[in-house]
Design a protein around this ligand. Structure first.
Ligand code: UDP
Ligand code: MG
Length: 339
C-alpha cells in the first residue's frame, strides 16, 4: 500500500483549524479506501503567535502524524522544507491550512500520480477576492524570471502539489538554505502535470498571511535566486546607452562644426545626470541583492530551527486501536478544548 504524506504549514491559523480538521476527516478516510493508500500527516507550526500549536498538539489521527514546531516564524518555504525533511511517504502533498487548497482535490492528484506523473500541481484559474491589478505585475515577474532561464517556472502555480518520493528526495538534496520553492520545483525536472483550479476564499474569509511588502520581498528573492536575467538586462541596457551616447556625440560635433550652433542644453544635462544617477543606484542595488544572497548562502545557516516534534497519531495515545471513524470524536474533543 502506498503512503501519502500531507504537509500542512500553519502560521497563525487558529481561526481555520477546526474547518481544516473537519474537512480532512471527512475526505481522507474515503480517499484512503478508494485509492488504497494510507496517509501520514505533518503539520508545521511556523512560529505562530496564537493558539495554533496548542490546538494541533491535541489532535489525534488514525495515521502516523506529527506536529513540527519551528522556533520562530521562518516563512512558508522553510516550513514546507521542514515538513519535507520529516516526510516518509511514497508521495508528498503540500497543502495550505486555510482550505484554499481543497482536500477534495487530493484524490485527483493521487490518481494522476498513479498514471505516472511525478509532480502534479494546481495552478490558479482565478483568485476570488484578489485585486485585478496584481495580474500584470505577476506577469512581469514570471516574464523576468523565465527570461533566458533554462527552466520554465509555470505562472500562477502555487504550492498545492503532489511530489513523488524521488522528486522530494531531489529537493532535499539541494544545498541552498534560502529556498524559492516555485523555482526549485521547476529546476528538479521530472514528469510534471499542471491542472487548473479556482482558488476559493480563505476558510475564515480573513486576509492572506503575506502582506504586499512580504510578497515583494519574495518576488525579489525569487528573481535573484533563480535568474541572472536582471544583471544581463543591466549589461544590455548599458550597452544600448553607450551606443546611443556615441551617436549623440557625433550629432553634437556635427552640429557645432557645420551649423555653428552655440552651447546650449543645461536642462538636458541635468535630466541626463539625474536619470543615470537613478539607473546606477538601481543597478547597484540589484548587484547588492545578489551579493547578499551569496553572503546568506555562504553562512550556511540552517533553513529552519526545530523547537519540538510532537507525535499526533493514535499509537502514541492512551487508547489503542483507533479506527478512521473515530475522527469525528477527535473533532468534538478539539472543539471542546477550544471552548
Ligand atoms: N504560512 C506559513 N508561514 C508564513 C506564512 C504563511 O507557514 O510565514 C502558511 C499559512 O499558514 C498557510 C499557507 O502558508 O497555510 C499560505 O498562507 P496564506 O493562505 O496566508 O497565503 P496565500 O493564500 O495568500 O498564499
Ligand atoms: Mg491562503
Amino acid at each position: 500500500m502506498d503512503r501519502v504524506t500531507l504537509i500542512i504549514p500553519c502560521y497563525n491559523e487558529e481561526p481555520v483549524l477546526n474547518a481544516l480538521v473537519a474537512s480532512l476527516e471527512e475526505t481522507l478516510p474515503k480517499f484512503a479506501a478508494d485509492a488504497n493508500v494510507s496517509f501520514e500527516l505533518v503539520f508545521v507550526d511556523d512560529g505562530s503567535r496564537d493558539r495554533t500549536s496548542d490546538i494541533l498538539r491535541n489532535l489525534r489521527f488514525a495515521w502516523p502524524s506529527r506536529l513540527l514546531v519551528l522556533s520562530r516564524n521562518f516563512g512558508k518555504e522553510a516550513a514546507l522544507t521542514a515538513g519535507l525533511d520529516a516526510a516518509h511517504g511514497d508521495a508528498i502533498i503540500f497543502m495550505d491550512a486555510d482550505l484554499q487548497h481543497p482536500p477534495e482535490r487530493i484524490a485527483t492528484m493521487i490518481e494522476k500520480w498513479r498514471e505516472g506523473y511525478d509532480v502534479v500541481y494546481y495552478y490558479k484559474k482565478s483568485r476570488l477576492g484578489e485585486a485585478s491589478g496584481s495580474g500584470s505585475s505577476a506577469r512581469l515577474f514570471y516574464w523576468l524570471i523565465n527570461l533566458g532561464a533554462r527552466v520554465d517556472i509555470p505562472p500562477n502555480a502555487g504550492d498545492f502539489r503532489l511530489l513523488d518520493r524521488r522528486v522530494a528526495e531531489a529537493l532535499r538534496q539541494l544545498p541552498e538554505r534560502e529556498r524559492f520553492l516555485k523555482g526549485l520545483y521547476a529546476w528538479v525536472g521530472f514528469n510534471q502535470l499542471g491542472l487548473p483550479f479556482d482558488v476559493p476564499e480563505r476558510a475564515d474569509g480573513g486576509p492572506s498571511r503575506f502582506n504586499s511588502a512580504r510578497l515583494l520581498g519574495l518576488a525579489i528573492d525569487g528573481l535573484t535566486s533563480f535568474s541572472v536575467a536582471p544583471i544581463r538586462l543591466m549589461a544590455l541596457f548599458g550597452f544600448a546607452i553607450s551606443i546611443l551616447s556615441v551617436l549623440y556625440m557625433i550629432w553634437i560635433v556635427t552640429e557645432t562644426l557645420l551649423l555653428g550652433s552655440p552651447f546650449s542644453g543645461f536642462a538636458s544635462i541635468v535630466v541626463l545626470v539625474v536619470f543615470f544617477g537613478g539607473v546606477q543606484l538601481v543597478c547597484l542595488g540589484l548587484i547588492g541583492e545578489y551579493v547578499g544572497k551569496t553572503l546568506l548562502e555562504a553562512k550556511q545557516r540552517p533553513t529552519y530551527v526545530l523547537k519540538e516534534s510532537v507525535t499526533l497519531d493514535g499509537a502514541a495515545d492512551a487508547s489503542p486501536s483507533k479506527s478512521h471513524s473515530n475522527g469525528a470524536q477527535d473533532t468534538v474533543a478539539l472543539s471542546g478544548n477550544d471552548a
